[in-house]
Ligand binder design. Structure first.
Ligand SMILES: [Fe+2]
Ligand SMILES: [Fe+2]
Length: 193
């Protein structure tokens, strides 16, 4: 017993040209198939495994940034650099929020967020550098932000129109990494005077 639903009306499509929208019957039938995949529909055109892998690398990057900023926060507080310590804490909390957003998107895509400490620093794009002096710490954080800016820009270009939701998420995170880099540059300039 074959149902007519889900079939395209004859003559609706010209060869080599995609219609702007699928007809309603097709859309509804497609949405009912593979419901276990939640937000991922047949119209999802990105390579899901690659997107999940890339997002897990971004997640590792954010976690490493949280750890580095938190260490820097306590170290700066120890040497009575309260304004810098406060800035580090603010960044640490924002990186934590990024990690949570990325982990949430990974599960939406049917993947598993990798929070394992095993291999964390090799999955991460940025490095965990402790730094000794205040200037050292700020410089290392600036390097890490610049690494994140480069790699997230690449992720955004890779995603293009294939996964606009993940792309928009990464665009909003990228904007904040750029703010972080700018904050650190200002801190370095202030300390130099
Ligand atoms: Fe971040
Ligand atoms: Fe950042």
């Amino acid at each position: 017993m074959k149902k007519a639903a889900g079939k395209n009306k004859a003559g609706a499509e010209k060869p080599g040209k995609r219609p702007f929208l699928s007809d309603i019957k097709t859309l509804r039938a497609r949405a009912r198939r593979h419901m276990d995949q939640g937000a991922v529909t047949e119209g999802y055109s990105a390579d899901r495994d690659t997107v999940v892998r890339i997002l897990n690398e971004a997640l590792a990057t954010e976690i490493v940034c949280v750890l580095r900023y938190r260490r820097h926060h306590f170290m700066a507080a120890g040497i009575h650099a309260q304004a810098v310590a406060a800035e580090f804490l603010e960044h640490a909390n924002e990186e934590q929020a990024h990690a949570d957003q990325i982990a949430g998107r990974i599960t939406q895509l049917g993947g598993e967020p990798n929070f394992s400490p095993e291999g964390l620093s090799s999955r991460s794009h940025s490095e965990y550098v402790e730094g000794t002096t205040l200037v050292d710490m700020i410089q290392e954080d600036l390097v890490a932000e610049r690494v994140a800016i480069e790699s997230y820009s690449e992720i955004i270009r890779y995603l293009g129109n294939d996964d606009p939701t993940t792309r928009r998420l990464m665009e909003s995170i990228l904007a904040m990494e750029e703010e972080h880099a700018d904050d650190l540059k200002t801190l370095l300039e202030t300390l130099a005077t």
